[in-house]
Design a protein around this ligand. Structure first.
Ligand SMILES: Nc1ncnc2c1ncn2[C@@H]1O[C@H](COP(=O)(O)OP(=O)(O)OP(=O)(O)O)[C@@H](O)[C@H]1O
Length: 947
C-alpha cells in the first residue's frame, strides 16, 4: 500500500505521486535552546523565553568523534511528504506549522481551568469488592515489555485521580501556578498533587518538608548535593499558602470562567450549524487558547465531523489528541477512546479540557469506581470514555451499548498495536475490528491514530478497521527540529558523561537517556550523580509511587537527566526536553522515532545522540527471539487447549497461566497471542472470557455441607467435584460451572452471596485464561503448523525491525559520505532518509557478516548436550541457553550459572540461509519428547531430533 503524500503535501491519498518534488531552499535556522542558569531556572515561567545565541558544539570536547551541529538542508524537504517549517506562511487561516513556539500564557489558561474544575467523587469502600478488584487486577495486565506502568501498579494512580469523571462542581480555591514551559502534563500532574499539599497546616508542612529531605538524602556534599538541596527547596516553596493577590486572581478567573463557558457553548452551537474553518478556529481559541490549528489537525477534524473513518499518522507531539477532543465536543454522542496503557489513559484524561467530561474504565479500578463510571455512562454524563482493549471482552460493558447509549466516535490510539507487523503488537487489539464497532456499538466513524506505522502496518490496521485508503492523513514521522547524531562507542558510560558536559548538551535543561536494561539505568544514573549531574533512573521495577515522584521532579525541572528504559515517555508531554541520548540501540526504527519524538515538542532545535556498539546489537538480536516457540511446544499447548480433541462445543475451559507457561516453555503473552489467534483467526475455535483465578478453596461455617447441598445445587456440585483437604474443599471453578451449566462469573457471584450470608468463606488463586470452545479442530497437527508459521513470521518481523535499525546506524557510521550536512557524528540527513525509506517501503537489509555461524557450533552443542544429559531439551531451548535468553522453563537464575549460557551471543540465532542451531519444523504430532535423541546435521549445521 502506498502511504506517502501528495506532492503538494496537502493530503495523503491512496495513489500519491511518488516523484520527489525539487528541494525547497534550506529551512530558516531554528531557535536553539539554552539550558537555564540557576537564575534563569527560577524564571523559567516568565512568559516569553528570550532567544539565546546558538553555541555550536566544541569539537575538542567531544568523546569519540566530531559532534559539530550544523544547520543543514533536511531531507524532509525533498521527501514525498510535505513538511512545513516554522516560518512557512500558514496554508489556510486555520493552519500553522505544527511546531511553532506557543505564545506564553496559553497553557496556563487551560491548566488553571482544569485545576479549578477538578471534580471530587467519593468512591465507597467495601472489603469484599476490594478482594474482587485485586483478583481482576492480577488477571488483566496492560503492561508489555516494561512499557509504562503495569495495570497493577496503576491502581493507586487511578484511584487517586479524581479527574476520572469531571463534574462541574466548584472546588476550593487553589494557588495558581504561573505559566511556564512545562506543558500541560506537568501542570496538571502538579496540580493534582498540590491539592493535597496546599491545605496542609503549617506544622504539617514543616513535617512534610523534613520528611521530604529524608526521602532524598544528600549523597555527597558538594555541587550536586547543594543542587539537589536547592531543588528540593524549590519543591517546598511551591507549597506555600494562597496569598491575597492569588485569591483575587482566582475570583477573577472564576468570573471569566463563567463567561468562557457561555462563550464556548455559543461557539459549539455555531460549529454545529456551520463547521467552517473560522468557527472551528474560534472554538480552538476559546477552549485551548491556541490561535491556529497545526498542520493536518483541521483536515482530520473535518473528516471526523463528516462521519468518515480516518487513519491519522502524525509524529509524536504533533497534536493528535486535539483531533478527537474537538469532535467529541461537537458530536451528539459519546467518544470512546481505546488506549493500550492505563498510564496513558490517565495522562490523556488529565489533559482533557475542562468542558469535556471524561471517564476511564480499566481493570485496575475498584468495583465501586467501575460501577460509578458505568452509572454516569448510562446517565450520559460522560463525553469521552477511555477504555483498554480488554474491556471489549466484558459483556457487561458491551451490554451498555445495546441500549440507547449513543457512541458517535471510536478512537483507536496507538493503532499500530493492531498489527502483528508493528513494533508493538498487542493481541488484545486484534479484537478491535470495524464489525465490532459497527454491529455492537452501532458507530460508523472510527479514528485510528499512530505516530509510527510502516506501510505494511498501515495496510493491516486500515484493513481491520475498514478505513478506505483515501481517508489516510499522514505526515512524515520525524519533526525537522531534531538533529540526529550517532557515534561508535567502546566506553559508552564515559562517552555519555563527556557528551553531557560538552556543548550543546551542557546547555540543555532536560535530557532523557534511554537504556535497554533496568540494571543499566540504575548504574548510569548513579555514575552521573557521582559526577555531579543531577540524574535519576526510571524503569518499571521502581515502585509506582516513586516513579510518579521521579517523573514529577523531572517534569518540573528539578532533575536534569532521566536515565530510563522504554517504560518512560509514553504519553509524556514535557515540551522542553532538549536532548535524547540512546545508550543502547533501539529495537526498531519505530521505537527510535517514538523516543526521539519526546524531544523538542516546543519546536526548538533539539539533539538526539545514539551510542552504537555491536555487542548490544548482538544481545538484542538474541533477545528478539525470546518470544519464539517451536511447533512442538505449540502442538502440546493446543492439545491442552482442546484437551486432546475431547472438548465439546460450548464447554468452558481454563488454562492456568503460570504452570502452563513453565510446562510449555512459553511466555504468558505468547499463550495469550495464540488464544487470541484461535478466537479471531479465519476459523473461530474459541471465545475468550475474562481471566480469573480458577482454583477455589472453600470452608463451610454454618450449615453442614451435606444439608446445604440439599437446598443448593452449586454446593452439591462443589461437593461432587472437589477434593477435601483438612476440612477445606478445593475445586476448579470452570469444572464446577460446566457441570451445572452456569458461567464462572455466575458461580462466583453465587459464592459471594453465600459468603455474605455467613455460610462460607473462600479464597481463589491460580490466574488462568478462560474460554468457551466454539469449534474443535479436526486436525490439531495442521493447526499447530499454521499457528507456528504465523508466530515465526512475527518473530522474523521483530528481528527484521532490529536489523533495519542496525542497518541505518551502521550506514551512518560506515557508509555515509558525509554530504548534505552529515559530518562527524551529525547524521540528520542520512538517518532521516533511512527512516523515511523504512516507513515508506519496509525496506529489507542484510544480516551483518559478523553474525555468521561458528564452525565450532556443532562441537559446542554436543558438549552442552552431553554435560546436561539428564535434561530433555527442545532444540529451541538449547538455542536459548546458548544465546543467554531466559525462558519460563529455563530461567537465567538457574541456567545463567552454566558456562554455556550466552556463549553464542554474537552468532545468529536462527537465520534462514546461514544454517540453524536447531531444527524448526520437526514432526511432533505424538506430543511427546520421550525417546528422542539429539544429533547435529553436518550439512545444514543444525540440530536435528530423531525419534
Ligand atoms: N494547534 C495547536 N497549537 C499549539 N499547540 C498544540 C496544538 N495542538 C496541540 N497542541 C499541543 O501539542 C502538545 C502535544 O499534543 P498531543 O499530546 O496531542 O500530541 P500527540 O500527537 O498525541 O503526541 P504523542 O504521539 O506523543 O502522544 C500538547 O501540549 C498540545 O496541547
Amino acid at each position: 500500500m502506498d502511504s506517502d503524500s501528495d506532492s503538494d503535501g496537502s493530503h495523503v491519498s491512496a495513489t500519491p505521486p511518488r516523484d520527489h518534488i525539487p528541494p525547497p531552499p534550506p529551512p530558516p535556522p531554528l531557535k536553539p535552546r539554552a539550558r537555564p542558569t540557576s537564575s534563569s531556572r527560577s524564571s523559567a515561567r516568565t512568559p516569553a523565553p528570550k532567544p539565546q545565541s546558538h553555541r555550536l558544539p566544541n569539537p575538542s570536547n567531544l568523546p569519540s568523534q566530531d559532534l559539530t551541529a550544523m544547520s543543514i538542508p533536511s531531507p524532509l524537504s525533498t521527501a514525498p511528504f510535505h513538511v512545513r517549517r516554522p516560518l512557512d506562511p500558514p496554508e489556510t487561516v486555520a493552519t500553522i506549522d505544527s511546531f511553532q513556539i506557543l505564545p506564553a500564557g496559553h497553557f496556563s489558561k487551560s491548566a488553571s481551568f482544569s485545576k479549578l474544575q477538578r471534580p471530587s467523587l467519593n468512591f465507597e469502600n467495601e472489603e469484599s469488592d476490594l478482594a474482587r478488584s485485586k483478583s481482576e487486577l492480577k488477571s488483566e495486565t496492560v503492561e508489555r515489555d516494561g512499557s509504562a506502568v503495569k495495570s497493577t501498579s496503576s491502581v493507586k494512580a487511578a484511584r487517586k485521580n479524581l479527574n476520572l469523571i469531571r463534574a462541574n462542581v466548584a472546588l476550593p480555591p487553589t494557588k495558581l501556578r504561573k505559566s511556564g514551559g512545562e506543558g500541560n502534563f506537568v501542570r496538571l500532574n502538579m496540580n493534582h498533587n498540590s491539592y493535597r499539599r496546599k491545605f496542609l497546616s503549617k506544622s504539617a508542612r514543616k513535617n512534610s518538608r523534613s520528611s521530604g529531605f529524608k526521602r532524598f538524602p544528600k549523597r555527597r556534599k558538594g555541587k550536586f548535593g547543594a543542587e539537589i538541596e536547592a531543588q528540593m527547596e524549590g519543591v517546598f516553596e511551591e507549597e506555600g499558602l494562597v496569598t491575597e493577590s492569588t485569591k483575587q486572581k482566582i475570583m477573577q478567573e472564576s468570573e471569566s470562567r463563567k463567561f468562557d463557558s457561555e462563550l464556548v457553548e455559543a461557539a459549539l452551537s455555531a460549529v454545529r450549524n456551520d463547521a467552517s474553518d473560522v468557527n472551528l478556529v474560534k472554538l480552538l481559541k476559546l477552549v485551548y487558547g491556541y490561535d491556529l490549528f497545526r498542520d493536518r489537525q483541521l483536515e482530520a477534524i473535518r473528516m471526523v465531523l463528516a462521519g468518515k473513518s480516518t487513519m491519522l499518522v502524525l509524529p509524536t507531539g504533533a497534536g493528535k489528541s486535539l483531533c478527537y477532543q474537538i469532535p467529541s465536543m461537537i458530536l451528539p454522542g459519546m467518544t470512546l477512546v481505546v488506549s493500550p496503557l492505563v498510564a496513558l489513559m490517565i495522562d490523556q484524561l488529565k489533559q482533557l479540557p475542562p468542558m469535556i467530561n471524561g471517564g476511564l474504565l480499566c481493570s485496575s479500578q475498584t468495583w465501586q469506581e467501575t460501577s460509578e463510571t458505568l452509572r454516569l455512562l448510562q446517565e450520559g454524563s460522560i463525553k469521552v470514555l477511555f477504555v483498554s482493549p480488554e474491556r471489549f471482552l466484558n459483556e457487561d460493558f458491551m451490554g451498555i451499548f445495546s441500549t440507547d447509549q449513543l457512541v458517535s466516535l471510536v478512537v483507536i490510539d496507538e493503532a499500530h498495536c493492531l498489527s502483528e507487523w508493528s513494533h508493538n503488537f498487542r493481541p488484545s487489539y486484534t479484537r478491535l475490528r470495524a464489525s465490532l464497532f459497527h454491529v455492537r456499538l452501532r458507530v460508523n466513524c472510527i479514528l485510528a491514530m499512530t505516530a509510527t506505522a510502516t506501510s505494511t502496518t498501515l495496510d493491516a490496521v486500515m484493513g481491520a478497521l475498514e478505513i478506505p485508503s483515501s481517508n489516510l492523513i499522514q505526515k512524515v514521522p520525524l519533526r525537522d527540529n531534531l538533529q540526529l547524531f550517532i557515534s561508535m562507542s567502546h566506553n559508552r558510560m564515559k562517552d555519555l558523561l563527556m557528551l553531557l558536559r560538552s556543548s550543546p548538551y551542557s546547555e540543555v535543561q532536560s535530557i532523557i537517556v534511554y537504556c535497554k536494561f533496568q540494571s543499566e539505568t540504575d548504574l548510569i544514573s548513579r555514575y552521573l550523580r557521582d559526577n555531579n549531574i543531577s540524574a535519576k533512573s526510571y524503569h518499571s521495577g521502581i515502585p509506582t509511587k516513586d516513579r510518579a515522584r521521579i517523573q514529577e521532579l523531572f517534569c518540573s525541572n528539578k532533575i536534569r537527566v532521566i536515565v530510563a528504559t522504554v517504560a518512560f515517555g509514553m504519553g509524556l508531554d514535557k515540551r522542553d526536553i532538549g536532548a535524547i541520548m540512546h545508550y543502547s540501540l533501539p529495537n526498531s526504527l519505530e521505537e527510535y522515532v517514538q523516543e526521539i519524538g519526546r524531544a523538542g515538542r516546543d519546536g526548538r532545535l533539539s539533539y538526539c545522540h545514539l551510542f552504537y556498539d555491536d555487542m548490544t546489537y548482538f544481545k538484542l538480536r538474541s533477545l528478539a527471539h525470546s518470544d519464539g516457540v517451536d511447533e512442538y511446544a505449540v502442538d502440546k499447548f493446543l492439545c491442552q487447549v482442546f484437551n486432546n480433541g475431547t472438548t465439546s462445543h460450548g464447554q468452558v475451559c481454563s488454562i492456568m497461566k503460570e504452570s502452563a507457561s513453565r510446562r510449555f516453555d512459553m511466555k504468558e503473552e505468547v499463550m495469550l497471542t495464540i488464544l487470541t489467534h484461535l478466537e479471531l483467526g479465519e476459523v473461530q475455535y474459541l471465545q475468550l472470557l475474562p481471566q480469573l483465578n480458577v482454583t477455589c478453596t472453600l470452608n463451610f461455617h454454618q450449615t453442614q455441607p451435606v444439608l446445604l447441598s440439599d437446598k443448593d445445587i452449586v454446593v452439591a456440585a462443589i461437593l461432587k467435584k472437589s477434593e477435601a483437604r483438612q476440612g477445606q474443599y478445593v475445586f476448579d471453578i470452570p469444572t464446577v460451572a460446566n457441570s451445572i451449566g452456569v458461567t464462572a462469573a455466575e458461580l462466583t457471584n453465587h459464592l459471594q452471596n453465600l459468603k455474605l450470608k455467613g455460610e462460607i468463606t473462600y479464597e481463589t488463586k491460580d490466574s488462568a485464561y478462560c474460554y468457551v470452545v466454539v469449534d474443535v479442530p479436526e486436525d490439531i497437527c495442521s493447526l499447530s503448523a499454521n499457528v507456528t508459521k504465523w508466530l515465526s513470521d512475527i518473530e522474523s518481523c521483530k528481528v527484521h525491525k532490529l536489523d533495519a535499525m542496525n542497518g541505518a546506524a551502521v550506514f551512518a557510521l560506515n557508509t555515509c559520505e558525509r554530504t548534505n550536512g552529515c559530518s562527524g557524528t551529525q547524521h540528520t540527513w542520512c538517518l532521516q532518509r533511512k527512516i523515511m525509506d523504512y516507513f515508506d517501503k519496509d525496506y529489507h537489509c542484510d544480516i551483518p557478516s559478523k553474525m555468521t555461524q561458528s564452525s565450532f557450533l556443532r562441537a559446542d552443542i554436543k558438549v552442552f548436550l552431553q554435560s546436561n544429559s539428564q535434561a530433555k531439551f527442545t532444540p529451541r531451548a538449547v538455542a536459548r541457553i546458548l544465546h543467554g535468553i531466559s525462558s519460563p522453563a529455563y530461567p537465567s537464575m538457574i541456567w545463567g550459572r552454566t558456562h554455556f549460557w550466552n556463549m553464542l551471543m554474537s552468532r545468529s540465532f536462527n537465520s534462514q540461509n546461514q544454517g540453524k542451531i536447531y531444527e524448526g519444523g520437526f514432526p511432533s504430532c505424538d506430543g511427546s519428547s520421550k525417546g528422542r535423541t539429539y544429533e547435529l546435521c553436518r550439512k545444514r549445521h543444525c540440530l536435528v531430533i530423531y525419534r
